[in-house]
Write a protein that binds this ligand. Structure first.
Ligand code: BTN
Length: 276
């Protein structure tokens, strides 16, 4: 039998720990917490199909089938990290939805820096890195029909209190506890992310693109000025990352000095000399 989702009332402790710290208005107004899920994105999509409102948040302590980008898995231990998925119903075109991943990446970066005093940066399009290693990944999924977007689900995983990583991840992943040398209070960080996201999301909705977030995003872009290798869009492109444009595309100066624009689709971006 399918397990019922817990709602706010049944999970007083965890949900109120988040809500007590929350100063956003719409984002996270309704929070669904479950100790263990397959994937918070899947739960959020089910809630979306059941008609839940924009701003609904799903949080879990463990994912048995956590999903990453490009068909990968997202594996993390129980009770250590942040796994959350935000349901949104924006009045934008389907092709504008991938920019919401950038808005979340920017928001996590700003929240981590404000809350913990770190100098984390964005690895375009949707990783947050600190000390050259990944601390957060984002997977955005969408349902659209002939009239446009039905909903968007932004799934975010933040490595908070995990201390051990699989050997294959060691070279490019780290966590906030390893960087700070102190336990991270997940509820407070999560609330900070939501509040900052709400502000950035409202700014995004004014123009339905990155115009008014461009300076903030580019000032936190780890790739800027670095040699990057882009694969997954046909011919591999190697060049110097210059920043993003108002559509969220990465501008890359190739060997001939021509500026190429790379769309935030299913591309892989690697530094030529390392992960970033
Ligand atoms: C990536 O970097 O490949 C994206 C990882 C996204 C992981 C988060 S954790 C919460 C949400 N639920 C999922 O199954 N995936 C996202």
């Amino acid at each position: 039998m399918k397990k019922e989702l817990f709602n706010d009332a049944e999970n007083g402790d965890i949900v109120s720990a988040i809500k007590n710290r929350l100063f956003s208005k719409e984002i996270g107004k309704s929070i669904y917490y479950q100790e263990e899920v397959g994937s918070t994105n899947t739960v959020a999509k089910e809630l979306a199909d059941a008609g839940k409102t924009s701003g609904t948040l799903v949080v879990a302590d463990f994912q048995s089938q956590g999903k990453g980008r490009r068909g990968r898995t997202w594996v993390a231990p129980k009770g250590k990290d942040i796994f959350m998925s935000l349901l949104l119903r924006p009045a934008i075109k389907p092709e504008q939805a991938s920019m919401l991943t950038l808005v979340m990446g920017l928001s996590v970066t700003q929240a981590v820096n404000k809350h913990l005093g770190l100098n984390s940066q964005i690895k375009w399009p949707n990783d947050v890195v600190a000390d050259g290693k990944k601390i957060c990944g984002i997977l955005t999924e969408m349902k659209a029909n002939a009239n446009g977007i039905e909903y968007v689900v932004i799934g975010t995983g933040i490595n908070c209190n995990t201390k051990e990583f699989a050997e294959a991840e060691l070279t490019h992943a780290t966590s906030l506890i390893l960087l700070m040398d102190q336990e991270i209070e997940r509820e407070a960080l999560l609330a900070e992310v939501l509040a900052i996201f709400e502000r950035n999301y409202n700014t995004f909705l004014q123009t339905k693109d990155m115009t008014n977030l461009l300076d903030s995003y580019n000032s936190l872009l780890a790739n800027a000025g670095r040699e990057v290798k882009i694969s997954g869009m046909g011919d591999e492109l190697i060049g110097e990352a210059k920043g993003i444009n108002e559509r969220g595309e990465l501008l890359v100066k190739d060997k001939k000095g021509e500026i190429k624009t790379v769309f935030t689709g299913e591309v892989s971006v690697r530094g030529v000399y390392g992960y970033v």
